[in-house]
Design a protein around this ligand. Structure first.
Ligand code: NAD
Length: 276
C-alpha cells in the first residue's frame, strides 16, 4: 500500500497497459481516475470500485486542450486533487514508408502521443506545485531511442516525450515533482497478440528474454516511480523490454537467434554443461 492517501490519473485506461496500470495503482492504495476516448473506460473504474478502491472515469480526447481541462475537472470533482499523472494514452495509426506517410496521419500521432501529454501536464502541474509534491510518468516507447521502420510519426512523438520529460524535471524538480519516462518494449496487449505469427516469432527471437512483457510489468514500475521511494529518480528514461534495445545485431547474437530462436539452451563451459 505504498500509494495510500494519493490520487492518480491514468490516461488511455480503457484497455491494455493503461488499464493494468490503473489496477496496480489501486492495489497500492491510491484513489484512481481513469480517462480515455473510449467509453469502455467506465468499466475499468467500475472494476476498481468493486475491488474496494475509490475510482472515477472521464471520457475525453487528450489532444483537445479544452476537453482535457473539462475531463480533469470532472475527475478532480470526484476524487480531489491529482498527485500522480500517468500519460499512457497513445496511438499507432500511421504505418508507411516516409515518402508515403500522409501529413494528417503524422499530425494525429504527434497531437495524441506528444501534445496530449503536454496538455495533461499543463492542466495538472499547477496544483502539484502548490502542494509541493507530484509524480508524472510518461509512457514512451523503445522507438524513442531506436527509431521504428515505417513509423516515423510514432517514433518522433515518443522521442518528443523524452524531451518533454527532461524539461519538466529541469523546471519542477525543486517543487517536489518528479517526471520520468518508461520505454516499453513489446508488451502483450490485444493488438500485439493479433500480430501475424511470423512477425511475432521474428520479434520474439530478437528479445534476449525471449518473451513478451506483461502489462502489469509496466504498471509495477509506474507504482514504484509514483512512490516516495523513487523521490530521487528524476528526468530518467527507463526501458522495460527484456533487453530488446541491447545489441542483438552483433554476430554472436545473430548466430544465437538463428540457432535457438525459441530460447532455452545448454551452455558448455570448462566446468561442464549448464542448463540455462
Ligand atoms: P492500446 O491501444 O491498447 O491502449 C491505448 C489507449 O489509449 C486506448 O484505450 C485508446 O482508446 C486510448 N486513446 C487513444 N487515443 C486517445 C485520445 N486521443 N484520448 C484519450 N485516449 C486515447 O495500447 P497499449 O498497447 O496499451 O499502449 C499504451 C501505451 O504504451 C501507448 O502510449 C503505447 O504507445 C505505449 N507502448 C506500448 C507498447 C506495446 O507493446 N503494447 C510498446 C511500446 C509503447
Amino acid at each position: 500500500m505504498r500509494l495510500k492517501g494519493k490520487t492518480a490519473l491514468v490516461t488511455g485506461a480503457a484497455r491494455g497497459i493503461g488499464r493494468a496500470t490503473a489496477r496496480v495503482l489501486a492495489r497500492e492504495g491510491a484513489h484512481v481516475g481513469v480517462a480515455d476516448i473510449l467509453p469502455e473506460v467506465e468499466k475499468t473504474a467500475k472494476e476498481m470500485a468493486n475491488a474496494g478502491a475509490k475510482a472515477a472515469a472521464a471520457v475525453f480526447d487528450i489532444s483537445d486542450p479544452l476537453k482535457v481541462r473539462e475531463g480533469v475537472a470532472e475527475i478532480q470533482e470526484a476524487l480531489g486533487p491529482i498527485d500522480i499523472l500517468v500519460n499512457n494514452a497513445g496511438i499507432v495509426n500511421n504505418i508507411a514508408p516516409l515518402k508515403l506517410m500522409r501529413s494528417e496521419a503524422w499530425e494525429r500521432e504527434i497531437s495524441v502521443n506528444l501534445s496530449g501529454a503536454f496538455h495533461m501536464i499543463q492542466a495538472l502541474i499547477g496544483p502539484m506545485v502548490e502542494r509541493r509534491w507530484g509524480r508524472i510518468i510518461n509512457i514512451s516507447s523503445g522507438a524513442a531511442t531506436g527509431g521504428l521502420h515505417r513509423q516515423a510519426g510514432y517514433a518522433a512523438s515518443k522521442a518528443g516525450l523524452l524531451g518533454l520529460t527532461m524539461t519538466v524535471t529541469l523546471e519542477h524538480a525543486r517543487d517536489g515533482i518528479t517526471c520520468n519516462a518508461i520505454l516499453p518494449g513489446l508488451i502483450e496487449t490485444e493488438l500485439v497478440r493479433e500480430m501475424p505469427e511470423e512477425i511475432l516469432k521474428a520479434s520474439l527471437a530478437a528479445i534476449p528474454s525471449r518473451r513478451l512483457g506483461k502489462t502489469e510489468e509496466i504498471g509495477r514500475l509506474v507504482a514504484f516511480l509514483a512512490s516516495d521511494e523513487a523521490a530521487y529518480i528524476n528526468g530518467a528514461a527507463i526501458p522495460v523490454d527484456g533487453g530488446m534495445t541491447l545489441n542483438t545485431g552483433s554476430l554472436g547474437s545473430r548466430k544465437e537467434i538463428l540457432e535457438r530462436p525459441g530460447g532455452r539452451r545448454t551452455v558448455t563451459c570448462d566446468h561442464g554443461p549448464q542448463g540455462l
